[in-house]
Structures are given as C-alpha cells and as structure tokens.
Design a protein around this ligand. Structure first.
Ligand SMILES: Nc1ncnc2c1ncn2[C@@H]1O[C@H](COP(=O)(O)OP(=O)(O)OP(=O)(O)O)[C@@H](O)[C@H]1O
Length: 232
C-alpha cells in the first residue's frame, strides 16, 4: 500500500494536497489540467520534492524523509535519462551498479534478459543516440525492470511516440509491471491512456490530488473538474 497521509505541498503560490492510499500492484493513471500538480505528485512520492506536512508511507513504513534512491520507486521520464556516451549494457548496468563498476557475469545476464524482455536483444552495444524513440523507451523500461522496485512512476513517458507505438509501449509497461507485481503511477494527458491502461485514476485539480476512483466510473460520469479538462 502506498499512502499519502495528509500530505500538503507548497512552492510559491502553488499548493497541492493529497490524502489517500493505493494498493500494491494497481495500475493508476494521474490526470488533470496542465499545471495542476501531476508531476509534483509523482515527485512527492519519488522523493524529489518534500511535503510541508504529512507523510508518505510504503507498506506502512514512513519514507517521507528517505532520499529518492532509498525509496521503493523506479521513475521513467519522457527524456529517458540515458547517458549518451555509454552503450546500452553500461547504461542499464548502472541500475545494478550505480557506481559504474564492472558488471559480474550474472549481472550481465540480467541486463541481457531485460533487453530481450523489451524487444532489444542484440542491441547491447548501441548507444542511445543510435536508437529510435521507441527503442529508447524500451531501453528505459528495461532499466525499470532491472531496478525491480515495487512502484513504477511514469511521467508522460511516451508522449513523443505515435499512437500505435504508445499503445504498444503501455502494454509492455503493463506486462513488465505484472512481472514485478509493481504498482504503476502513470501521468498522462490522454484520457485514452487512462482508460486503456489504468484500473484506477487520480484526478489532480484545484489544488488537490483526489483519491483514486475506478477509471471507467470516473470517465463515464466525470466530475466538473474533469469535464472542464476534457472539454466535454
Ligand atoms: N520551483 C517552482 N516554483 C514555483 N512554482 C512552481 C515550481 N515548480 C513548479 N511550479 C508550479 O507548480 C505547479 C504544478 O506543476 P506540475 O509540473 O506538477 O504540473 P503538471 O500537472 O504536471 O503540469 P503539466 O501537465 O503541464 O506537466 C505549476 O503551476 C507550476 O507552475
């Protein structure tokens, strides 16, 4: 269970409140208007931002003051955050050895297995610049797989891909998350993503990240804030 307990965040004039829990293993979309605080919510969970008050807990353990690398969360950004001068094996190896040390045979095997799992077998020695956008997304997902954390947070990860490829990647995320038994938080501007991917949806609007609601129920009878955002 991921719990945001009476979390209050503020920076400048922006405020965000969150007070809800999500069960382990769920797929959750995070939707809402631009600037509402979707990325901020993920940052609070991942530890890149600190709440002014309240607590963040994973399986009942208070992680509010843990640094990002000590949290149970793997984050996948739109930019994918690969080092351009390192090939895929070395980029992904950093998930297992953040100090950049040489990989042992077993670790190398794990990297190769992860690359195969996301459809990149045989591309071990490519650098990120020699990959298409879709392949870069796959590589980023392979890293998430290697990190093997119980929560995966994705912030608009596939916005630059075409619709068919995006759907394919979301299916792969779902499969990878299932392999890991991971909870997924997916920020997206596309209601189709939420409906196709997520069992539950968190609506972020008017200074609040609202408790998750079953996705189909939310979209079939949207509250005013969601209706305004959807333009319906
Ligand atoms: N360092 C900062 N100082 C002041 N305000 C900030 C700072 N960083 C972000 N904000 C504000 O916080 C609010 C929430 O930003 P956030 O990126 O979380 O929104 P979002 O819902 O993810 O938006 P988008 O969909 O456009 O990516 C915005 O109104 C933004 O202007």
């Amino acid at each position: 269970m991921l719990t945001l307990e009476a979390v209050e965040f503020e920076t400048g004039r922006f405020r965000l409140a969150a007070d809800f829990a999500v069960a382990a293993g769920r797929r959750v979309a995070v939707v809402g208007p631009s600037g509402a605080g979707k990325s901020t919510l993920l940052d609070l969970v991942a530890g890149f931002r600190m709440p002014a008050s309240g607590r963040v807990l994973w399986q009942g353990r208070d992680i509010t003051h843990d640094p990002p690398n000590r949290r149970p969360i793997a984050m996948l950004f739109q930019e994918n955050n690969m080092f351009p001068h390192l090939d895929l094996v070395r980029n992904l190896g950093l998930a297992l050895r953040p100090d950049g040390g040489a990989l042992r045979r077993k670790e190398l095997g794990a990297v190769e297995t992860a690359l195969t799992r996301v459809g990149l077998a045989g591309m071990e020695d490519r650098r990120p610049g020699a990959l298409s956008g879709g392949q870069q997304s796959r590589a980023a997902l392979a890293r998430v797989l290697l990190q093997a954390r119980p929560v995966i947070a994705l912030d608009e990860p596939f916005a630059a891909l075409g619709p068919a490829l995006k759907r394919e990647m979301l299916t792969l995320v779902r499969d990878v998350a299932q392999d890991l038994g991971a909870l997924v938080l997916l920020v997206s501007h596309d209601p189709g993503d939420a409906r196709g991917f997520a069992q539950d949806t968190v609506l972020v609007a008017d200074g609040t990240a609202q408790p998750p609601v079953e996705t189909e129920a939310l979209f079939s009878d949207p509250p005013d804030a969601l209706r305004a955002y959807l333009g319906t």
